[in-house]
Design a protein around this ligand. Sequence first.
Ligand code: ATP
Ligand code: MG
Length: 621
Amino acid sequence: MTEVSPGEDAVEFDVDAPAGEFEPKPPEAHYDPPAGRVHPDAELGWIRRMQPVVLGHKRSFLIAMAMASVALFSNVAIPAVVGAGIDEIRADGDRVPMWVATLLVLAVTRAVFAFGYRSRLYKFAYAIEFDLRSLMFRHFARMSHGFYDKVQTGQLVSRANSDIRAVQMLLAFAPFMAMMSLTFVLAFAFMLTKHVLLTVVAVSTLPLVYVFGVKLRNQMFPLSWIVQGRLADVATTVEENVTGVRVVKAFAGEERQIEQLAEQARRLRWSAVKVADSRATYAPLMENLPRLGMALTLLYGGYLAIDGQVTVGTIITFSSYVLLLQAPFRMLGFFMIMSQRAAASAGRIFEILDTEAEIADRAGAIDLVDPVGRVDLDLVRFGYDTRDVLDGFDLHVEPGETVAIVGGTGSGKSTIARLLLRFYDVDDGSVRIDGHDVRDLAMASIRHHVGMVTDEPFLFSASIADNIAYARPDATRDEVIAAATAANAHGFITDLDHGYDEIVGERGYTLSGGQRQRIAIARTLLADPAVLILDDATSAVDVRVEAEIHEAIERLAEHRTTIVIAHRLSTIALADRVALIDGGRVLAFDTHAALLSSEPHYREVLATSVESPEADEGADV
Ligand SMILES: Nc1ncnc2c1ncn2[C@@H]1O[C@H](COP(=O)(O)OP(=O)(O)OP(=O)(O)O)[C@@H](O)[C@H]1O
Ligand SMILES: [Mg+2]
């Protein structure tokens, strides 16, 4: 990015600003970045698109597979060795220790490698999960406001959890299952060399295991979706009741909410019982089918042994294999369902990852460096959807000026603030800061130099000091205190039990509305923006405190451009000029006194939104 200093381009102010630079300081990463990204080509199959993520961990994966092959091979070898051993020992009793030792070695090998591959495979699986999760979260962080306006939080959370899990399961365990099927081939081939017909008898029940497995999964699959959906319903109700508890209680809605939750819990119970029912039907069948196979093997094998066609050892090997081999058959059905599910989940993940951020830095975007704070909105047209909120909106604010924006509710005042921070892009016209179109500036630098405080400030459940220092985590305690003092918050903070180290409750609910607002103002002041936007930011503090805050803000930076959106006459009167907006454009832009005498509409807006202007006029102006 090239840097541009003020005064170079369209700006011709002579300001002796210190030669600082815009330095966004990203927090130090304490985690590994994802090893790979998903393939950007949406036309490709989902496994192909996931491939780069998987390949990022191929070492773990290959080691796991190598270990698994040793473990599975020992698993197949043990019954064969037992059979051969029994046959030989019957002829020559001296060889017992040798066979026992062989078996021991095999068993220990199997145990060690089974441990090894499991731990590796899970490591691999969770590495993929971690990567997908950070890819998702990075993507969420990049998405612009328009995306969050539309999407449901619950959907995002569910995608970030269950969908990633489903994909991870398949990617990690499918290869393992394929390997397990190989053990079947090995064992089957071994059995065929011993006795073809006995092999057929031994595996005769396995197709049934598969069929019932598929049947069970077919029943379970839709049911498990239903269970998941209903679990989510219950979770949503619980979550809403906790976050919205103040509204619920204020309207005495507890009984209704309990009813609603009970109904959802009943629905969840029904589906959970259905799952248990189908499991109860099929699981005993599937567990006992191999035993039937074993009985048949013993019966037919017994006859063959009496006849001298096979040895006792062979019968024992076969009956072990019947049990061993059912696992791949059971899993095959499971695997097919899992792959359908993973494909659907992957589709939903891609749907998010493929959504481009509507607002992004353009190639070659420049940093805004030491702006003087000139703000221009040139004939801006903008609407969130088809309806225009602003149309032909034209406003020019001089550096260092304090401008109030006055207009009816829903007239687009907050929208202007959002456009200045480039939360959205204009449909027509332009928004410029220091002469630079915001679309040409690096977003991080805009947000560094343009600060906004809203009427609904969001605080994190962290200490007050951490909340204030959010934009500048490296700020010293003295700087934090200075910002808090300017925001008229120092007094009440020191009255708290733990002062600046007091942890505020979720969203700052342990503080009053006015206290929250003052902390939010301190947070923005600490960032020391050249353009400060106060969107109804002092609506919850009384007039006296508000006046003190404004005074402090003015004192703090003479050069700061301040845009106040306010309903209160006392706030409006602090501004150098007032922009009266209506119908998506600026109706008039002048001093408060001039507007009062010349604009009848101004008096109307003030009369509806504030205490009677006439009554307050003398006191405030
Ligand atoms: N995220 C959004 N998506 C769609 N429409 C929106 C969105 N935000 C605001 N609007 C619409 O845009 C219009 C202007 O909203 P805005 O928030 O700018 O009004 P305002 O002047 O700040 O009002 P208030 O004084 O009540 O805060 C309103 O009609 C509103 O319904
Ligand atoms: Mg607003």
